[in-house]
Design a protein around this ligand. Structure first.
Ligand SMILES: Cc1cc2nc3c(=O)[nH]c(=O)nc-3n(C[C@H](O)[C@H](O)[C@H](O)COP(=O)(O)OP(=O)(O)OC[C@H]3O[C@@H](n4cnc5c(N)ncnc54)[C@H](O)[C@@H]3O)c2cc1C
Length: 403
C-alpha cells in the first residue's frame, strides 16, 4: 500500500539516496519503532543513546553534509523522506536528528566555508554529537518567527561586542536537544537595537563558561527528544562565528524557516501515516455488526479520508521540497501550505484512529495516546497555523506585512 510506505523509489532520488532511504526504512522499522513506547516513558532530558548511535552509524547526524566532506550529501527531498520514515516510527527520534540537521543547515546555506570547515567535521567522528537551533524564548515565540513582529520582541537574548568577540546574555527556551547538545546556532539581538531588529545568528560552543543548561522540559509529547533551556551569561562567541552578516539573522531565519517547514511537514506526515497504519490494522481485524470495521461505509469513509490526508500531505511537502532544492531563495508559499496541511493531518488522523480503535486506543500501553500527544507538537513549532496563515495570505495579496 504505497500511502503507508515512504517512496524509496521516488524518481527524484539519486541511486545513492535511494540506497540510504532503504537503510532508513529498515532502521526505522527494526530499531526505532520497537523502542518508541519505552522512550515515551523516559525521564525528561534523557536520551536513548543506543538508538541515536545506531542512527549515527547510518549517517543520520550528517545527512546534509556534502559527501566530499564525509557526510551523506542528501538533498532536501531525501532528508524530508528520511524524517517522514523516522517520524512514522517515533517522531521524537526524527526531532533529535532533525534538530542537529537544523544546526548544520544555516551553516551550509550561509556558504561560509570557514565555519563549515570548523564545525561540520565535528559530526563525522565515531561518537554521536548533537546540536540545536536556539531561537525561542520565554517572552518571544512567534515574535521570532514572523519578521513583521520583530519590533515587538521583548528582552531578547542580546549580543554585545567586546573586542574581537561577542558576549551573549539571555535564556533560550523549548529548545530541542538543548540538555545534551554540544553546539547551537543562537539567534541574539545586537545590544541597543529595538526588539529583535538586530537579530544575528551566532554559531556557539555550548560546553564553555557562560553557558548553562537551565530547566529541562517535561513535554507531553515527543518525549524521545530532550528539550530545555540554554542560559547565556556573558558567553563568549568569536566574531568570526557570526553566521552571515550582523543583523542578518532575520534573513537567515526566514530562509531556514522556509526549508525546515518542509521537513516539519514530513514529520507531521509521518505521524499521520502511523495513525493510518494503526487504524488500517485494527479495522482489518476487528469485526462488529457481522463484518470487518473497514467494510462499514462510515468507517471506510474515515479510512479513506485518513489515507487522502497522508497522500495530500506527502504530495505537498514533496512539491515544496523540490522547490526548496532548486529555487533560491526558497519560496515561502509552498512550505507554509505543506506544513499547514500536514500539521492538521497529524491531528485529524490521530483523532480518527482513536475513534476507530475505540476503547483499546484509550488504554495506557496501547500507544495511541502517544500518537495523539505527539500529533499536537508540530503545529506549535516553526510556524503555528496562524503564523502560516499570515505567510500564505501575505503571498496571496503580495503584502508581506500582514498582521
Ligand atoms: C516540540 C517542540 C519543539 C521545539 N523545538 C524548538 C527548537 O528546537 N528551537 C526553538 O527555537 N524553538 C523550539 N520550539 C519552540 C517553538 O519555536 C515556539 O513554541 C514557537 O515559536 C511558538 O512560540 P510560543 O509557543 O511561545 O507561542 P506564542 O508565540 O506565544 O503563540 C501562542 C498562540 O498565539 C498565536 N499568535 C502569536 N502571534 C500571533 C500573530 N502575530 N498573529 C496571530 N496569532 C498569533 C499563535 O499562533 C499561538 O496560537 C519547540 C516547540 C515545541 C512544541
Amino acid at each position: 500500500m504505497p500511502v503507508t510506505h515512504t517512496p524509496a523509489d521516488h524518481p527524484l532520488l539519486s541511486a545513492h539516496e535511494a540506497d540510504v532511504l532503504r537503510t532508513v526504512v529498515a532502521f526505522a522499522k527494526d530499531q526505532v519503532a520497537p523502542g518508541a513506547a519505552e522512550r515515551d516513558a523516559i525521564e525528561k532530558g534523557q536520551v536513548d543513546w543506543e538508538t541515536v548511535r545506531a542512527g549515527h552509524e547510518l549517517g543520520l547526524l550528517r545527512m546534509a553534509i556534502p559527501r566530499e566532506m564525509g557526510g551523506l550529501g542528501l538533498s532536501q527531498i531525501a532528508i524530508a523522506l528520511t524524517l517522514e520514515e523516522l517520524a512514522a516510527a517515533d517522531p521524537g527520534m526524527a526531532l533529535i536528528f532533525g534538530a542537529t540537521n537544523l544546526f548544520q543547515t544555516p551553516i551550509l546555506i550561509s556558504g561560509d566555508t570557514r565555519l563549515q570547515e570548523r564545525y561540520l567535521p565535528k559530526f563525522l567522528g565515531a561518537d554521536p554529537v548533537l546540536a540545536c537551533n536556539a531561537v525561542a524564548e520565554e517572552r518571544n515565540g512567534t515574535d521570532l518567527v514572523l519578521p513583521q513582529n520583530a519590533p515587538y520582541a521583548q528582552e531578547m537574548t542580546s549580543a554585545k561586542r567586546s573586542g574581537g568577540e561577542f558576549l551573549l546574555n539571555g535564556t533560550k527556551r523549548y529548545i530541542t536537544n538543548a540538555p545534551v547538545a554540544t553546539y547551537a546556532t543562537v539567534m541574539a539581538n545586537l545590544e541597543g537595537e529595538p526588539g529583535s531588529t538586530g537579530m544575528t545568528c551566532f554559531v556557539t560552543d555550548l560546553e564553555q563558561d557562560g553557558v548553562a543548561r537551565g530547566e529541562i522540559h517535561d513535554k507531553v509529547g515527543y518525549r524521545t527528544a530532550p528539550a530545555g533551556e540554554l542560559v547565556f551569561t556573558d558567553a563568549r562567541v568569536p566574531e568570526e562565528n557570526v553566521l552571515g552578516d550582523e543583523r542578518g539573522g532575520w534573513d537567515l531565519n526566514v530562509a531556514i524557516g522556509n526549508v525546515t517547514r518542509v521537513t516539519c511537514a514530513s514529520v507531521s506526515t509521518g505521524i499521520a501515516r502511523h495513525a493510518l497504519e494503526r487504524a488500517v490494522a485494527w479495522s482489518g481485524s476487528r469485526r462488529q455488526g457481522g463484518r470487518m470495521l473497514f467494510e462499514h461505509q462510515m468507517s471506510a469513509r474515515k479510512l479513506a479520508d485518513m489515507a487522502a490526508r497522508v497522500s495530500a500531505s506527502r504530495a505537498l511537502y514533496l512539491d515544496a521540497v523540490v522547490k526548496a532544492d532548486n529555487i533560491l531563495p526558497t519560496p515561502a508559499y509552498e512550505p507554509a501550505v505543506a506544513k499547514l496541511v500536514a500539521d492538521r493531518a497529524a491531528i485529524d488522523n490521530a483523532d480518527a484512529a482513536m475513534a476507530l480503535i475505540g476503547a483499546q486506543a484509550f488504554q495506557r500501553g496501547d500507544g495511541m495516546d502517544r500518537v495523539l500527544r505527539d500529533a499536537y507538537g508540530p503545529r506549535i513549532y516553526e510556524g503555528s497555523p496562524e503564523a502560516l496563515a499570515l505567510v500564505i495570505t501575505g503571498e496571496l495579496f503580495d503584502v508581506p506585512e500582514i498582521r
